[in-house]
Design a protein around this ligand. Structure first.
Ligand SMILES: NC(=O)c1ccc[n+]([C@@H]2O[C@H](COP(=O)([O-])OP(=O)(O)OC[C@H]3O[C@@H](n4cnc5c(N)ncnc54)[C@H](O)[C@@H]3O)[C@@H](O)[C@H]2O)c1
Length: 450
């Protein structure tokens, strides 16, 4: 099928690349001219494992192209995936202006019938507004539109794999024919019949994905409800960590045993400095505001968000307690991205911690395998280092803020010898406390006895 993707960010590029990989003809459009120039020149502007190979293979198979001409992208496609950003407004609600702008272009440029698919995360009832906008702006063109909600559940860092091997594909429709078209788009993924660009014929075994057809309102709600639930789970683990610290228990032991219960599951129970990224913080706020507008005080969500924000205060306080005075101290930060295997720094807890350290007069040296380029503009006074060893050299303290596996593998005995004071604050419980203390470190972590 001829498919257009509007919005070439994390979701747009993964969606476009993967749909091309399973045999569709994909045209990706974006309003950011610089981004389009980079993509046309063969440069992928984000770091995401496997994405570069997937897109470059699709390009050599002539299955994918990139354009700044939204009108042409709309006109050429039978199905259009809207993948633009929905960032938070100041009041926490989702900013839907990019969706509105795209709806106008689709409505005015379409000359034939189009399947218009909301892939961006949007509040419930956006589909209704989208359909209305398409009708109003497109009243003179005579084109017919079918609106579908198809939320994306990928995780940055493993998004290509998640897209090609999902647990479920949710489609919200208001007519069965639209669901059938969506099934057609995803057929090879649903039937696991494609040449997998990640596993090269050796995909991990597993049940094929469920194809879940709902109303558009339910589908939109499923996405916000899922992200908010995961955020709740993280905040629960974090609050549990605080209790463990007070009672002398070890949160890692507690959550490991909890997670063995299949009703609970092990994921999203890791205590640390809290969740960040472009999804959880904004989605939980948008969901809360949505409930409020519907006349309901969804306090549980507000509390999860409050707990998450307080992680930063608590961690900075821990650093302050350990270092006594932050002003003039060299604090070395390992990890800036909001999680490992991505260069995405949006709403990353590490950034807020860096901001606080700088405000208190600390000299921040930092290293992140992928996130430094995007951080430089925001914090020009930070010293960005070539590698973790450069970053820790001469440090009064090391703050481990993103759980990149390579930080676990560092030669910590060597690090010990390079620091002015061997103090490590592990915000992700990545390291082994016994081993760190055995090496002579003063080591603090989250929810594990000191
Ligand atoms: N990042 C994730 O892990 C993730 C996962 C699931 C869902 N989502 C949702 O998907 C959506 C996109 O997220 P993202 O992380 O890819 O965002 P992003 O900011 O990385 O990408 C958005 C892209 O849309 C482009 N754009 C904005 N306005 C446009 C317009 N009017 N016309 C054409 N292009 C336009 C931007 O230039 C940018 O390239 C959001 O709603 C997000 O909540 C994100």
């Amino acid at each position: 099928m001829r498919i257009s993707i509007v919005g070439c960010g994390y979701v747009g590029l993964v969606t476009g690349g993967c749909l091309a990989a399973v045999g569709h003809q994909v045209n990706c459009a974006d309003s950011d001219a610089e981004r389009v120039r980079a993509l046309v020149a063969g440069h992928i502007p984000i770091y995401e494992p496997h994405l570069e190979e997937v897109i470059s293979r699709a390009r050599s198979d002539k299955r994918i192209e990139f354009t700044g001409n939204l009108a042409a992208a709309v006109e050429s496609a039978e199905a259009i995936f809207i993948c633009v950003g929905t960032p938070p407004l100041e009041n926490g609600e989702a900013d839907l202006s990019a969706i509105d702008a795209v709806a106008r272009v689709i409505a005015t440029e379409a000359r034939g019938p189009k399947l218009v698919i909301e892939k961006s995360t949007v509040p419930v009832r956006t589909g209704e507004q989208l359909r209305r906008a398409l009708e109003v702006y497109g009243r003179t063109s005579g084109a017919k539109f079918q609106v579908v909600s198809n939320p994306e559940f990928l995780r940055e860092g493993s998004s290509v794999c998640d897209f090609l091997h999902p647990d479920r594909i949710v489609v919200g429709v208001d007519e069965p024919a639209a669901a059938e078209k969506m099934r057609e788009i995803y057929r090879s993924i649903l039937e696991r019949k494609f040449q997998c660009p990640v596993h090269n014929g050796a995909c991990p075994p597993g049940a094929p994905p469920q194809f879940v057809v709902t109303t558009i309102n339910s589908s939109e709600l499923i996405k916000h409800a899922s992200n908010s639930f995961l955020a709740l789970k993280i905040s629960y683990a974090n609050q549990l960590a605080d209790l463990c610290e007070r009672l002398g228990a070890d949160v890692e032991e507690v959550t490991r045993a909890m997670g063995l219960d299949p009703r609970i599951g092990p994921q999203f129970l890791r205590a640390g400095i809290g969740f960040g990224g472009f999804c959880f913080p904004k989605d939980i706020q948008a969901f809360y505001r949505l409930a409020e507008r519907a006349g309901m005080d969804f306090m549980l969500l507000k509390e999860a968000e409050r707990i998450n924000k307080s992680r930063i205060d608590q961690f900075v306080e821990k650093a302050r307690r350990a270092l006594w005075v932050l002003k003039g101290k060299q604090v070395s930060v390992l990890g800036l991205s909001f999680k490992p295997n991505t260069d995405d720094i949006r709403f990353a807890p590490a950034l807020e911690i860096v901001r606080r350290l700088l405000a208190e007069g600390a000299m921040v040296h930092a290293y992140d395998p992928q996130g430094m380029k995007k951080t430089q503009a925001e914090f020009p006074t930070v010293k960005y280092c070539e590698n973790a060893y450069d970053a820790v050299s001469g440090a009064d303290a090391v703050l481990l803020l993103t759980e990149w596996p390579e930080f676990r593998e560092l030669d910590w005995a060597r690090v010990h010898g390079m620091m002015v004071r061997p103090l490590v604050l592990d915000g992700r419980n990545l390291l082994d406390p016994g081993k760190m203390r055995g090496l002579g470190f003063e080591y603090h972590c989250i929810g594990r006895p000191d």
